[in-house]
Ligand binder design. Structure first.
Ligand code: MG
Length: 160
C-alpha cells in the first residue's frame, strides 16, 4: 500500500446574474460565480487535488476553457473524470479536506449540505469529507468581496 497526497487551489470572480454552485449544490445567493463552466470553485479545487495525487496534471489541461463543449458544464463531470483517472491507477480516496475562502456566501448554514454533496460526488462516506470556510478579515481581494477561493487536500491510497 502506498499513499498519495494532492492539493488543489482555485479562484472564481463574483458575477451578478450567475448561479452560486458549490460542491455541486446551488446555494441561494444574490451573486454567483463567473466562469466558463458552472464555476464550482469547490469542485475545481478538489478535482485538481485528485489530479495532483494521481500525477495527472491539472483541470485546465483535461478540460480546456477554450473548448466550447465545456461551456456551462456541470463541474461534477470534471471530478468524475479525475476520479476515473485515479482509479485507473488503483488509487482510492482516503479523505478530502476543503477550505472555502471569502466573505460570502456564509458557509456555516450550508456546511452539511455541501459536505453531503461532495461526499456523494466523491463516492465516499461523509465522515471522510470535511468542508470548512474562512474569511481573510477584510484583507485583499477576498476581503473586498471580489470573488471566492477554494483550497483542497486529498489523501489517496493505492498499490505500492
Ligand atoms: Mg475554476
Amino acid at each position: 500500500m502506498s499513499f498519495r497526497i494532492g492539493q488543489g487551489f482555485d479562484v472564481h470572480r463574483f458575477r451578478a446574474g450567475r448561479r452560486m454552485v458549490l460542491c455541486g449544490v446551488e446555494l441561494p445567493s444574490t451573486v454567483g460565480l463567473e466562469g466558463h463552466s458552472d464555476a464550482d470553485v469547490a469542485l475545481h479545487s478538489v478535482t485538481d487535488a485528485i489530479l495532483g495525487a494521481a500525477g495527472e496534471g491539472d483541470i485546465g489541461e483535461h478540460f480546456p476553457p477554450s473548448e466550447d463543449c465545456w461551456k456551462n458544464s456541470d463541474s461534477s463531470v470534471f471530478l468524475a473524470r479525475a476520479l476515473d483517472l485515479a482509479a485507473a491507477k488503483g488509487l482510492r480516496l482516503v479523505n478530502c479536506d476543503l477550505t472555502l475562502i471569502g466573505e460570502r456566501p456564509r458557509i456555516s448554514p450550508h456546511r452539511q449540505v455541501l459536505r453531503r454533496g461532495l461526499a456523494v460526488l466523491l463516492g465516499v462516506a461523509e465522515d471522510v469529507v470535511n468542508v470548512k470556510a474562512t474569511t481573510t478579515e477584510g484583507l485583499g481581494w477576498t476581503g473586498r468581496g471580489e470573488g471566492l477561493a477554494a483550497m483542497a487536500v486529498v489523501l489517496m491510497d493505492g498499490p505500492a
